[in-house]
Design a protein around this ligand. Structure first.
Ligand code: BGC
Length: 346
């Protein structure tokens, strides 16, 4: 069943929240930013637990720069120096993260209204036309993201895009997960994460991938086994590593065969909720949040480690390094990609 409710107003336009309910599961998506606002799944005791950060209204999202739950486009993550070359032409983009372009620029997809179509009782499509030159990107881009929820706890996000000129794309969903739920004070450092990647992308101080691909073996980025996150965030003396942060892209499939595969497994012993992430994308940015604004977050969760993002996507730097999977979408070709979050009790 899909139900509609008011979700405030941005620049005189009313926002609507679409809630898909299927069995014990429900997810709410706003037409502003095609944003996932809440995602309720049952815990080991059958209590419904909201496992994503969400804000109260579309106005709050307009003023947010954490991309909570947002659909990110046209280009998720960073483009070095806000410049890329396609054909023989160089394109210049808005620089909004140190010297780099990030997450679609000044007015990315997260700050745009989408047209929503209810596809079935358990599926909605959010549609946006991004005009030629939008944020400096070439081509009119016809973009659609479809959210579907099964009664077995499978939440899928499918991306469709077509451009009338050659362009570059990289889409993701920026949900911040905490599997203890947002009524528990526990942070994600008390949870276990496994990432199915042998390599990651080292980066500079602006989190910009530097073109290298490094093995995770013998580094704190090695999450090939289920790993208690406190152990990779805090050292033996209680000091946090790298300002408490992991903000790196994991290499899931360097050959970019677009195989749908398990990328991560995330588990909270407190709630018993296990979430598996599947994707056909070659990369995944693991972002363990260390700089969120506690007052805004529902449940008043503490700031550090309140949540983490598993942003399935192409590699940051893919516009620059030709040996990375290509982000080019040729004129008239169809882009398709799927990510799915599956919930279990363990
Ligand atoms: C980036 C972070 C950034 C966050 C919120 C993540 O995808 O990798 O560096 O702080 O988004 O903008």
């Amino acid at each position: 069943m899909v139900t509609l409710s008011d979700f405030g107003c941005v620049s005189g336009r009313k926002a609507t929240l679409y809630t898909i309910k299927n069995g014990k599961y429900s997810v709410s998506v706003s037409d502003f930013g095609a944003t996932v606002v809440n995602l309720f799944v049952p815990d080991a005791n059958g209590e419904l637990t909201d496992v994503v950060i969400g804000l109260a209204s579309a106005e709050d999202y307009e003023n947010d720069d954490c991309y909570f739950g947002a659909t990110v486009g046209r280009f998720a993550n960073r483009i070095p120096k806000g410049r890329f070359t396609l054909g023989k032409k160089e394109y210049s983009l808005f620089v909004n993260d140190g010297p780099n372009h990030m997450h679609g620029g000044k007015v990315g997809f997260n700050r745009r209204f989408f047209d929503i179509e209810i596809l079935s009782e358990h599926s909605i499509a959010a549609h946006l036309v991004s005009e030629d030159g939008d944020e400096g990107f070439p081509g009119t881009l016809d973009f659609k993201v479809v959210f579907s929820l099964s009664d077995k706890g499978e939440f899928s996000i499918e991306y469709f895009a077509k451009s009338d000129k050659d362009t570059v794309v990289n889409f993701t969903n920026h949900s911040y997960f905490n599997l203890a739920g947002f009524s528990s004070p526990l942070g994600v450092e008390t949870q276990y994460l496994q990432v199915f990647a042998d390599a990651y992308l080292p980066s500079d101080k602006y989190c910009m991938a530097n073109g290298k691909i490094a093995p995770v073996k013998n580094t704190r980025f090695d999450l090939r086994r289920p790993t208690y996150l406190a152990n990779v965030l805090i050292d033996k003396n209680g000091n946090v590593y790298d300002n408490g942060r992991i903000d790196h892209n994991y290499v899931l499939d360097i050959a970019d065969k677009r195989v749908f595969k398990k990328a991560a497994s995330f588990y909270s012993p407190e709630s018993g909720i296990l979430m598996e992430t599947y994707t056909d994308m070659p990369g995944m940015q693991l972002y363990i949040a260390n700089t969120l604004y506690p007052k805004k977050i529902k449940g008043g969760k503490k700031m550090r480690y309140s949540a983490l993002c598993l942003e399935t996507q192409n590699f940051p730097g893919s516009t620059e390094y030709s040996y990375f999977p290509s982000p080019v979408l040729k004129a008239g070709e169809s882009f398709y990609s799927k990510t799915e979050y599956r919930f279990f009790i363990a």
